[in-house]
Design a protein around this ligand. Structure first.
Ligand SMILES: Nc1ncnc2c1ncn2[C@@H]1O[C@H](COP(=O)(O)OP(=O)(O)OP(=O)(O)O)[C@@H](O)[C@H]1O
Length: 234
């Protein structure tokens, strides 16, 4: 498996008054193309910071982030915008749907951003929402809105999907449906999937598990035989 992502001595500091908080403290790891990676760690460990740096939403204080041989840490703002648009699908706890577009329109919007051939209804079907295609976000529950945002990220067919607690608002059955979809994207479409979660059970389904604590890598484990998401005991 070829390396697609590399963090080299990455540090991210936040200043508040005289105090400097090291949210990322000399972090090193690699992720292979198509890998299904789970990032675990206690609250405040730096998980979201890691995802934001990787997704080009925030910049490093020092160190290097190399994606597909490109140095993301030295991108200009325009290069970052292009990088995010072409390579990254974000699945966050907040949904960011466009309120005056229907579920289907929110998903099909991706066709205007990247050159992909998708059937929006098929993608909505894969997240169990085919019956809600013509509803507006305000007419959907929180979990349904989250699934539309997941469908939109998947429809983009990005090189990597960055997911921050993607199943936070979902019941366990729907959560398994979504995680299974993400594992399938990794296994069958070679999409690199990075999931930040508090749910340690998911570690058994990951190709790689990165544990972080106090902004530092605690351990990196590789699963030679990851379980299927659907076989985990939830
Ligand atoms: N914009 C910011 N300004 C100052 N401090 C920040 C900022 N963003 C994050 N931090 C701090 O950096 C540390 C890491 O935060 P981060 O959100 O990455 O943690 P996390 O592991 O994702 O936590 P959680 O599981 O609670 O979401 C925390 O101490 C947090 O308070």
């Amino acid at each position: 498996m070829s390396t697609i992502i590399e963090f080299k001595n990455v540090c991210k500091e936040y200043k508040s008054g005289d105090h400097i908080l090291k949210a990322m403290d000399n972090v090193n790891f690699t992720i292979g193309e198509g890998e299904f990676v789970v990032i675990l760690g206690p609250s405040g460990a730096g998980k979201s910071t890691l995802l934001n740096l990787l997704g080009g939403l925030d910049s490093v204080t020092s160190g290097q982030i190399i994606v597909n041989d490109n140095h993301v840490e030295s991108f200009t703002d325009n290069q970052l915008t292009e990088y995010r648009a072409k390579n990254v699908g974000f699945i966050f706890q907040f949904y960011n749907l466009i309120p005056n577009l229907t579920a289907l329109e929110n998903v099909e919007l991706m066709k205007d951003i990247v050159d992909v051939k998708i059937n929006g209804l098929d993608v909505l079907n894969s997240v169990g929402l085919e019956d809600h295609a013509n509803q507006f976000p305000a007419q959907l529950s929180g979990g349904e809105q989250q699934r539309v945002s997941i469908a939109r990220a998947v429809a983009k067919q990005p090189t990597m999907l960055l997911c921050d607690e993607p199943t936070g608002a979902l019941d366990s059955k729907t959560g398994v449906l979504i995680l299974n979809l993400l594992q399938d994207m990794s296994n069958n479409k070679n999409t690199t999937v990075v999931i930040v979660t508090h749910n340690a059970i998911l570690a058994d389904a990951a190709d790689k598990v990165i544990r972080i604590k106090n902004g530092q890598i605690e351990s990196i484990a590789i699963n030679e035989n990851p379980n299927k998401v659907t076989d985990l005991e939830w």
